[in-house]
Design a binder for this molecule. Structure first.
Ligand code: B16
Ligand code: MG
Length: 220
């Protein structure tokens, strides 16, 4: 039995609702390129890096382009995304997240970020939550995209924890797979029919009952 001492949070779709901003920015690129792109297609882009996201988008329309053109489309998408996140405020933190983090910090647990985003620090700065984290792993500190477990394993090791002592909170299929590939207990944030590989699926952090959470993790 492992004692859970570390909680690793994904950012987009778990702490803040920036998943919708990613979708809006990619949708503009898709429209420019004449690629059909729906919210269902967007599930495949969640949690994966910007480079992989654009390759998936291009594959949806069977569009090919040079590497130089890819770079400029990715930059354009990021400019639109950054425009949206610069407006973010502490009130944009998803309901219950601050309280859940505080309650777990009070129990002595380490709080870690495990995000694929290169914009994670900007988002955490804008919502004024950066100081709550004992370690931050993001798109600038990792080399392989989810579903590879690198981001979570590096996060665990940054706070001297190991995989069996961590719980990961993830909203993306690729992120749930990354947590499971790393040997970690994973709480899916979203729909059970999308995140079926997670150990427990809840609609959002705010709906997690603390007693139920303690009872689940104490039996691991
Ligand atoms: P950026 P997460 C991920 O963040 C997003 O879910 C994914 O849609 C995005 O492509 C990726 O970050 C890269 O983001 O373009 O800002 O570097 O969910 O892992 O926190
Ligand atoms: Mg996410």
């Amino acid at each position: 039995m492992a004692k859970i001492d570390t909680l690793i949070f994904d950012l987009d779709g778990v702490i803040v609702d920036t998943a919708v901003f990613h979708y809006q920015a990619w949708k503009k690129i898709a429209d420019q390129l004449g690629i059909p792109f729906t919210l269902i297609d967007n599930e495949r882009l969640k949690g994966v890096s910007r480079v992989v996201s654009f390759d998936i988008l291009l594959s949806l329309g069977d569009v090919k382009m040079t590497e130089a053109d890819k770079v400029s489309y990715r930059e354009q998408k990021n400019d639109w995304f950054v425009e949206l996140i610069t407006q973010m405020k502490p009130e944009d933190t998803l309901p219950g997240v601050r309280e859940f983090i505080s309650a777990n910090k009070a129990l002595g647990r380490k709080i870690v970020l495990g995000s694929a985003s290169k914009n994670a620090l900007m988002v955490l700065g804008n919502i004024q939550l950066k100081d709550a984290f004992d370690a931050i792993m993001d798109g600038n500190t990792i080399s392989v995209a989810k579903p590879d477990p690198e981001v979570f394993l590096k996060g665990a090791s940054a706070v001297n924890s190991d995989a069996e002592s961590c719980v990961v909170f993830e909203d993306a299929v690729a992120g749930v797979q990354a947590a499971k590939n790393g040997g970690m207990y994973c709480i899916g944030i979203g729909e059970p029919d999308v995140l079926g590989e997670a150990d427990w699926v809840v609609p959002d952090i705010g709906s997690i009952d603390l007693n139920e959470f303690e009872s689940k993790i104490s039996s691991l």
